[in-house]
Design a protein around this ligand. Structure first.
Ligand code: PRX
Length: 645
């Protein structure tokens, strides 16, 4: 018998929720049995179309062909802005809260609309055309949303690069998407320090001859270098016309590219399209967060990640919601910052990542006691499995048992939330993302691809398409097919493991591939290894994840040095700096262990399973090591591990 805890959604929240238990069952069944009709209704309900679609769906996982609402015409910025002007023109669309607690500002829908139209005209003036790629490298400031919506308005495809990525990572993404335009800020602010964004762009562009124009937002006013390609955002905006009719886009026209890490090679440019993505982002936003008009919603995710795309910008604005953007970090100037922001702006719905919850939990409850969180109604979690202790703290201490927690499972590739509780319909179990959203049919499979039934554990796949699903990998549809549709033919491979309990609840157990989740940031071990081996002294490197109290997973790097080179603290620092330069601070290894050689099979494959166990200090349980070319290596690595901890 399971001893897990089950919580009912607090009555006052469940009452009046959009989706009740009976409605969930009825709608879920219809979403599967009468899928075309169901999705037609949702597409009409959440989005205004210039022209209706000819065909609701045309999807085949056998060839990775995914099409929704083909023939339909719409514009994302029109849906997020213009259509709200008549009734909500003076309502605040974006609340911005600076890194410095004394700085904030608001933009109404009318003001945001005007800025977006002006900026869309600026883009046009500089030659941006429909389907051109535009790189956005901005901190969490309203101009990031303006830039996204301006691209969407004219049919340009944005590719946002998280402002914590290094110049080298930025360069790779600009080149891969062949972006000719870059939008950045002079600097970003983070925890009282500045981040040199324009300087990073300057470095990146030394290898990007195709970039024509860099549009620079003045954010900190810090000193930066200037060149012939650079123009100021505010100067251009002031001169531009506020009149810019939205481009009529096909439902399947691309909306954005977002790079994410996989188990092999360099990051992939996941491509999302216009119609299906918007329908799915808008619909999940309303149902999952049970959004009600007038509420203040805050998602702490950066626009550099998919959560920032779908649930800071597109989902909320499409619903006419007020969305809060925060440039800072949870612990600056003090660990009560999140709660101070909640109190200051009377936030009703708060969506964050388990790593932030754990970090704040570790600071103690005193930081909660001096703040009033009475405005909160719904709490959300995303990005990694939330451990039950953190869930309980979030529920009892942050929400004072008044607010349900929606633990939402999804991915960059899914565009929106796939597995989640629905307020009013779902009893909560700490640590479980609970049940599939409408239209989502998960299947748990074993390593041979057999579908497992009932209470089981295996690899999580999804058996049919949903409108928010990614359409391709930019530049390589073959890679899209191979990554997601070849492992289990006919099914979408998520890369995650999952357990399903007797109540049909899903428990995500983490990645089954060589992808790490460090503080909710997704990273391929291969990327970090490639960075390490760039150093002349490194012969070989293997990176694995290990359990980390705050980050969820930490980065553990085993490094074999070139013959004749001795390990040193200095070399360790050089390697850390190298990874930060190649990828960014988020990829900083937590531990580097020198390994005389790495454990390999006779065919030369590194046995990561063993390295993971050693990193986690689970050395009594190494499993079968008889296939190793030299089993003695393991003993040596264990010894080194013991010496360092
Ligand atoms: O492993 C899962 C984990 O984050 C991965 C997706 O990362 P990314 O594409 O960066 O998108 C993150 C935000 C949607 C998944 O494969 N993950 C995300 N949400 C959860 C989660 N793991 C467990 N529970 C979640 N709620």
């Amino acid at each position: 018998m399971s001893l897990e805890k089950v919580y009912d959604v607090p009555l006052e929240v469940a009452a009046g929720a959009h989706i009740t238990e009976a409605l969930y069952r009825e709608m879920y069944e219809r979403s599967i049995k009468d899928s075309d009709k169901f999705w037609s209704e949702q597409a009409e309900r959440f989005v205004d179309w210039f022209k209706p679609w000819d065909k609701v769906q045309d999807c085949d996982f056998g060839t990775a062909r995914i099409r929704w609402f083909e023939g339909g015409k719409l514009n994302v910025s029109y849906n997020c802005l213009d259509r709200h002007l008549a009734e909500k023109g003076d309502q605040v669309a974006i609340i911005w809260e600076g890194d410095d607690p004394d700085l904030d500002r608001t933009l109404t829908f009318r003001e945001l609309h005007e800025q977006v139209c002006r900026f869309a005209n600026v883009l046009k003036k500089h030659g941006v055309e429909k389907s051109d790629r535009v790189c956005i490298y901005l901190p969490m400031i309203p101009e990031a949303a303006v830039a996204m919506l301006a691209c969407a308005r004219i049919g340009a495809v944005h590719s946002i690069v998280f402002a914590g990525f290094s110049a080298d990572a930025l360069r790779d993404r600009i080149l891969d998407a062949d972006c000719r335009y870059v939008i950045c800020a002079d600097e970003g602010n983070r925890g009282g320090r500045t981040v040199p964004l324009k300087t990073n762009v300057d470095t990146a562009l030394q290898s990007c001859p195709n970039v024509k124009t860099v549009i620079v937002v003045r954010n900190t006013g810090g000193t930066i270098d200037w060149d012939a390609r650079s123009v100021w955002y505010h100067e251009e905006l002031a001169e531009a016309s506020p009149d810019c009719p939205p481009e009529s886009m096909d439902a399947e026209d691309p909306l954005f590219i977002l790079y994410t890490s996989g188990s092999t090679g360099k990051p992939k440019g996941v491509l999302h399209s216009t119609g299906g993505y918007l329908v799915y982002a808008a619909m999940t936003f309303q149902y999952v967060f049970d959004y009600r008009p007038g509420e203040i919603y805050w998602c702490t995710a950066d626009v550099g990640w998919i959560t920032g795309h779908s649930y800071t910008v597109y989902g909320p604005l499409c619903n006419g919601a007020t969305t809060l953007m925060f440039e800072g970090i949870p612990t600056y100037p003090a660990p009560d910052r999140f709660w101070r922001v909640v109190e200051k702006h009377r936030v009703n719905i708060f969506y964050t990542a388990p790593t932030a919850i754990r970090a704040l939990m570790a600071q103690g409850d005193n930081w909660l006691e001096t703040t009033d969180r009475g405005s909160l109604r719904v709490l959300g979690s995303v990005g990694e499995p939330i451990n039950p202790e953190a869930w309980e703290w979030y529920y009892h201490h942050v929400g004072r048992e008044r607010c349900p927690i929606v633990d939402t499972w999804w991915q960059t590739e899914t565009g929106g939330i796939l597995i989640t509780p629905l307020i009013g319909a779902t009893r909560l179990k700490p640590g479980s993302a609970t049940r599939p959203f409408f239209g989502i049919v998960p299947a748990i499979v074993d390593s041979q691809g057999n579908v497992l039934e009932g209470d089981c554990e295996g690899v999580l796949t999804i058996t049919r398409s949903w409108p928010g699903q990614a359409r391709s990998v930019f530049g390589s549809h073959q890679r899209f097919f191979e990554t997601y549709f070849s492992a289990y033919p006919g099914k979408y491979f998520t890369g995650d493991g999952a357990r399903r309990d007797a109540d049909g609840y899903y428990w995500i157990t983490g990645r089954v591939d060589d992808v790490l989740n460090v503080s909710g940031h997704r990273m391929g071990t291969a990327e970090i290894e490639s960075a390490l081996v760039l150093h002349d002294s490194v012969a070989e490197a293997a990176v694995v994840g290990y359990p980390h109290n705050i980050k969820g997973q930490g980065i553990y790097a085993y490094v074999t040095l070139v013959a004749g080179i001795s390990p040193s603290a200095e070399l360790e620092q050089e390697l850390i700096q190298l990874v930060r330069k190649e990828i960014g601070p988020i990829a900083t290894p937590d531990l580097i262990q020198w390994a005389p050689t790495l454990p390999k099979t006779r065919s030369g494959k590194i046995m990561r399973r063993i390295l993971r166990k050693i990193a986690a200090n689970e050395i009594r349980d190494l499993g079968d090591i008889s296939t190793l070319a030299d089993p003695g290596v393991v003993e040596e690595i264990i010894q080194n591990r013991a010496n360092r901890s």
